[in-house]
Write a protein that binds this ligand. Structure first.
Ligand code: NDP
Length: 239
């Protein structure tokens, strides 16, 4: 019997792309979403529908989910991975950067969950995996607005887990430390980027494939087992 459909947001690079490769290798049909469609299709994965969607556009996400379900049956899991990290000091960071982070990391995540949630509740099963962060548990210099978005992900995930427990739907928070991806590249301050690179040079970074393995581990548990949170970081990372 074929395995169920999984949706991954932000699958065009980093953790999302690594997760797509791993879940596909385990036989899952996938719906991959991101703004860079060429990067999704370049993954070349079988039984995979790639759609260009900005997670801040819930109608586009919902339409893609409908299309994928018509092809591959109901969504059994969603990996809410799309995110941006625009580091800055509150005194001088453009407000548009905070707004963008909250739109993508918080509101976008809620909208993507809504696209799959009614079906999961109706079926009495499903898994929602949300990418939090070590920066969703503790603070870091120049991370004020970003930690706000990631603390929000952790808090909302836990509240949603409680809400969905009676319906048999699991909510898993994955909280990585620094991972070697494109995430830092969107920060506009060159000096903050240089400081972050110094930090990761000293402490090391996880490979995105290690985070993908954590996601797979949580998902592969029996539906009656909810791994609530996995925190993982490079061994050399102190904070
Ligand atoms: P990347 O920058 O490599 O990947 C981010 C992904 O999100 C890309 O696929 C990007 O695709 C997508 N994305 C960004 N904005 C949008 C949007 N508006 N709509 C749809 N997709 C979007 O970074 P990571 O792989 O590191 O990040 C993945 C997640 O992991 C994020 O939530 C991040 O906060 C979290 N995380 C990362 C850590 C790290 O150190 N790297 C540590 C802890 C957590 P596209 O640009 O094509 O739209």
């Amino acid at each position: 019997m074929s395995k169920p459909l999984i949706v991954i947001t932000g699958a065009s690079s980093g953790i999302g792309a690594a997760t797509a490769r791993l879940l596909s290798a385990h036989g899952h049909p996938l719906l991959l979403l991101a703004r860079r469609l060429d990067r999704l299709t370049a993954l070349g994965l079988p039984e995979t529908l790639c759609r260009q969607a900005d997670v801040t556009d819930p109608a586009a996400v919902a339409e893609a989910v409908r299309e994928a379900e018509a092809l591959h049956g109901p969504v059994d899991a969603i990996v809410n991975n799309a995110g941006v990290m625009l580091l800055g000091k509150l005194a001088d960071q453009p407000a548009a950067e905070w707004e963008r982070m909250f739109e993508v990391n918080v509101t976008g995540l809620l909208g993507a969950i809504r696209a799959v949630l009614p079906g999961m509740v109706e079926r009495g099963r499903g898994t929602i995996v949300n990418l939090g962060s070590v920066a969703g548990r503790k603070t870091f210099p120049d991370h004020t607005a970003y930690v706000g978005t990631k603390f929000a992900v952790h808090a909302m995930s836990e509240n949603l887990r409680e809400e969905l427990a009676p319906h048999g739907v699991r909510v898993v928070t994955i909280a990585p430390g620094a991972v070697d991806t494109e995430l830092l590249s969107h920060t506009s301050s060159e000096s903050i980027k240089a400081g972050y690179r110094e930090f990761t040079k000293a402490s090391g970074m996880l490979a995105p494939e290690s985070v993908a393995e954590a996601i797979l581990y949580a998902y592969q548990q029996p539906q009656g087992v909810n791994i609530r949170e996995i925190v993982l970081a490079a061994t050399g990372q102190q904070p």
